[in-house]
Design a binder for this molecule. Sequence first.
Ligand SMILES: *Cc1c(COP(=O)(O)O)cnc(C)c1O
Length: 398
Amino acid sequence: MPGYDEARIAPRALATEAVHAGRDDLARQGLHAPPIDLSTTYPSYDSRGEAARIDAFATTGAEPDGPPVYGRLGNPTVARFETALARLEGTEAAVAFASGMAALSAVLLVRASMGLRHVVAVRPLYGCSDHLLTAGLLGSEVTWTDPAGIEEALRPDTGLVMVESPANPTLAELDLRAVAHACGSVPLLADNTFATPVLQRPAEQGARLVLHSATKYLGGHGDVMAGVVACDEEFAGRLRQVRFATGGVLHPLAGYLLLRGLSTLPVRVRAASATAAELAGRLAADPRVARVHYPRIGGAMIAFEVHGDPHEVIAGVDLITPAVSLGSVDTLIQHPASISHRIVDADDRRGAGVSDRLLRMSVGLEDVEDLWADLDAALERAQGVTAGRGAPAAAVGH
Ligand SMILES: *Cc1c(COP(=O)(O)O)cnc(C)c1O
């Protein structure tokens, strides 16, 4: 980005990058908080120069040198967030979009524009990602397989392999390194929304594309919708060209809020993960709970199945908010079969391990005892509605 000299800066720890990446020029400019640039267009008296810059963008998709041109080609505030996220994921670049789904759509369009319309994917994925691939809305064709079947599923026109780990909503985990190996030269897209770069950096394990619904942990406060793809500069160029042509840009104010969100990402994820691990343990020991899924790598998400009626757990929470989405400072709970994964065909959904009894909880930053008291009351209510007590829960690892 203009005015940066990123190459001068030695590698720094994640916690340091989280508060400094994308802001390295501020002190020299006499600023502390990053400026929000809301301009949609930028004046230039040199239209010959503009022509050359637009030709260069059309060739490589690289961010135009010098001042910005037009909001759809790039925005300085959004670029700060992109720089910071790329640094946290350990990639050359990152390209931000208006939502996670806009980001995934851009990846599919990049590959389709190269004649590579076939996608190999592993369930479960986030419900709408599953739907986008299954419905072929962007002209793609999907083969669903398990990790062991990826290599066999590849075709000459396969443009992408897509996985999530830990997956939404079951928290199933994959060996990303083994999956990347099975992909050969086909780009692997790993949706890292649940783990965040605090717990896992898929690019280090061989994923060429790292997707985030930045709406979740990166923003972290439930007030920004955004998506981002962290990747190499070559793929980033193609993504910027698709973003320019299709218009799914991120608003600069959202870029600002995401940059701010990143600065507390490591602290938020670690604190919420500690609480989630404690709650997962209590749930696993509770006779009202049939199964608990909590990832080996940790994190702030818990999935669990109750012996009672899961709808009564949702109806019974008070402190915890019954709502879809995740990754906010407050704790949310939802029933995937009714909401986040409703759009997936019921047989496909159940086949992917998303049972009708499954609940998905995103643990926030509240006190663990307050959360447990609320969960306990909701579980009691669900238990009361369904007569009889089941066997003690079995903790399910992946
Ligand atoms: C929410 C989510 C998405 C979609 O992101 P939006 O920002 O809602 O478009 C994609 N992947 C995962 C894992 C998600 O949780």
